[in-house]
Design a protein around this ligand. Structure first.
Ligand code: ATP
Length: 246
């Protein structure tokens, strides 16, 4: 596993309040990583920094084998470099079918002219079938996305992000509002996706994290409080004091 993303010594201050405080995190490729921590710990801001939405005051964010400085890129350049982000609320095109949502995501990746090339369209069809299988919606391809359950919409959106082939997928609280069966399916989906890319998941649901069976980073007051296996970090007294014991 080589390092794909290296955040080092990053700090962010909002109106005099230090939300991120000398934060350093490295993510490998491939890797599945869970990021946990109390409300306000800086989890979302960490993702905002990686995607270019929030600019840090100090520190470095390096990307890929050529150590590209992400802080010099715009949000859209960072997305093009291979960073995909899934927000908490699903944002699919409700009036379009599952198939068409995935097809649009593929077209987005290739640019407007790809639709003119028949061969590309042919390979798109195969890729759509493959993506639908990967997210467990093979039997819903013709259904309107708006008719899907909350969990299925989340999977569709993950599928739309996977269609863009991100090297790093950032996922914010995927389990929120899901049924236990949907949660289980989501952990399987993320574990599979992380076999060939980096996937970072912010989540509060500890059962969900346990099922991910991955390295866990605990944030507190904008810095890493503990890192390691879930068993390792949940035994840490500081983690118990600031997060688990609350
Ligand atoms: N744009 C902003 N302006 C001012 N303060 C902000 C801004 N964004 C975040 N903060 C503050 O920075 C801190 C970190 O917030 P962040 O949303 O990153 O935490 P979090 O760990 O994701 O929390 P939660 O689990 O509640 O989502 C919080 O105290 C928050 O109020």
């Amino acid at each position: 596993m080589s390092t794909l993303l290296e955040v080092s010594g990053v700090s962010v201050t909002f109106d005099g309040f230090r939300a991120i405080n000398n934060l350093s995190i490295a993510i490998g490729e491939p890797e599945l990583r869970a990021v946990i921590g109390p409300n306000g710990a800086g989890k979302t801001t960490f993702m905002d920094i990686v995607t270019g939405k929030t600019r840090p005051d100090t520190g470095k964010v390096l990307w890929g084998e050529r150590s590209i400085d992400l802080l010099k890129l715009s949000e859209s350049q960072i997305a093009k470099a291979g960073v995909g982000r899934k927000f908490q609320k699903p944002t699919v095109f409700e009036d379009q079918s599952v198939h068409d949502n995935l097809a649009m995501a593929l077209k987005n990746k290739r640019g407007p002219f790809s639709v003119l090339i028949w061969k590309a369209a042919e390979s798109d069809r195969a890729r759509i079938v493959e993506l639908a299988e990967e997210i467990g919606l093979s039997d819903r391809l013709a259904h309107r996305a708006g008719d899907l359950s909350h969990g299925q919409k989340q999977w569709l959106e993950i599928g739309m992000l996977l269609a863009q082939d991100p090297r790093l997928l950032l996922v914010d609280e995927p389990a929120a509002g899901m049924t236990p069966a949907e949660r289980e399916h989501t952990t399987d989906l993320l574990k599979r996706a992380a076999k060939t890319r980096a996937v970072v998941v912010i989540e509060h649901d500890m059962e969900f994290i346990r099922r991910l069976e991955c390295r866990v980073t605990v944030l507190h007051e904008g810095a890493v409080l503990a890192e390691g296996s879930l068993d390792h970090v949940t035994k840490n007294q500081q983690v118990i004091d600031v997060y688990l014991g609350r």
